[in-house]
Design a binder for this molecule. Sequence first.
Ligand code: ADP
Ligand code: MG
Length: 511
Amino acid sequence: MAAFPPTTTPLEGERLTEVIKDWAAANGLVVRPPPAVISAEADPQGILATPVPVTLFPSPFPKVCFDQGVSVQKAYNELYAAISQDEGFLAQTIKDIGDSDDFITELWKVHLRVKAEGYVQHKSLGLFRSDYMVHQDTADSDPMIKQVEFNTIASSFGGLSAQTSALHKYLASTEYPLLESSIAHGKLDLPRNSSVAGLAGGIRQAFIEYGAPTTSHSKCVIFLVQGGERNIFDQKHLEFELQKSEEPQIPVFRLPYAEILQHTRVADDSGRQLLYTPPKYPARTFEVAVIYMRSGYGPGDYPDQSAWEARYHLERSAAIKCPSVLTQVAGTKKVQQVLATPETPSNSSVLNNFLPSESSGRTAKLAATFTNIYPLDDTEAGLKARQIAQDPELCKKYVLKPQREGGGNNIYRSAIPEFLKTIPEAHYASYILMELITPPPVTNTILRNGKLEHGGVICELGIYGTCLWEGKSGKVLHNEQAGYLLRTKGDKSEEGGVAAGFGCMDSCSLV
Ligand code: ADP
Ligand code: MG
């Protein structure tokens, strides 16, 4: 095949822009418009939606790498389910991060409080996403994926990514064959993307596993969201998918994090059922079976102590949490760093503690996705990493990460030494230093807010997984790989968050 993605003529660019914008509106590949595009005053009723930034073509992505990500996902699910159940390991992680990190400290306190009175819900749901970039040791070695991070809370874009795959499939059959650099129908290898069905399937399974309601109320699912969420349609796709099933019928309500205490209460019963009264239907009350969190992952959602009370209130309730506090802590970058620390003659790899020894093949496959990550504490490895981080040349190959989620928190390359000077050395241990992955260059065109941007791009693959487990028996009740996400950003940008405005949606054309 000729160069892919092909360059398009200006007329073809116009045509694709038109087709994509209409397809996106018709199929819900949209977000609420950013204030830079439509000011709040111009849309006082909040009725507008606009196409999400997206590539004109699915980016070429090595099939071996895609298959590698898919093939390790169930092992990753199991690994993080096991970590979530190892309170001792997580307590040590919290200690290692240190109390300079207020957010993580408060989060852990929620767990300790609930532990003191005893958990009433031992089932836990994870909707995970493992993020990767393609890495190539040398120009002629085989490409492989290296993990950027593992998300255990609010893993987003599963709703929009299935739609993006569908968009590119549509273009491949209708538009690409007509281009001057024509791509014949059926030429591209576009993998199936089951992210919507997969993620909703995980929530449905938890809804079922919750069992029959033990109050007089029927069950519901709560999507715990941020007020003013612009990426609402990503979440709506999952909601609509859940509601498609006739049996069981699943009522879904969106609850802003700030309104938890206003609209829910924990039953006085020893069962501690979580009861929700929808503000618009005050005569109705539901027993919450599952809380799916699309908020609560960062300090922004906890402006005051009452927000922490609200988290405690949910955690002590009988609702199945996605995720529990323990699972959220399992997703910290510190845990990722500890897992990625290679085995030495004196130290066995932590990974082996979490996966049964008969699965050493799987352990090796997981370990192959790790890149070098170092602590920044006062251990020998940490002190070595501090030297790298403070060196104006060496630091250029690294990213410094705090224990945060949601984008915009990392410090890149040459900014690291300067940044470290601004924080007390006692806080260094709450960061990790990670080698930058530099994927082979890809060129594509991004359609953002009606304008085309052509150039070098960097692609990040996310593989979704759903896992439901029972903490008392350690039994995994459900474990599935659940579709994928391809996010692409201009190669001049460090961060790739679509919601943050840097990246865009994409899908894979396997090569
Ligand atoms: P967050 O939890 O805020 O999403 P990430 O660890 O995913 O934090 O980092 C945000 C973005 O920074 C990633 O999506 C990726 O684009 C970039 N990034 C992070 N770590 C690396 C790395 N090791 N190599 C290359 N890029 C990285
Ligand atoms: Mg990320």
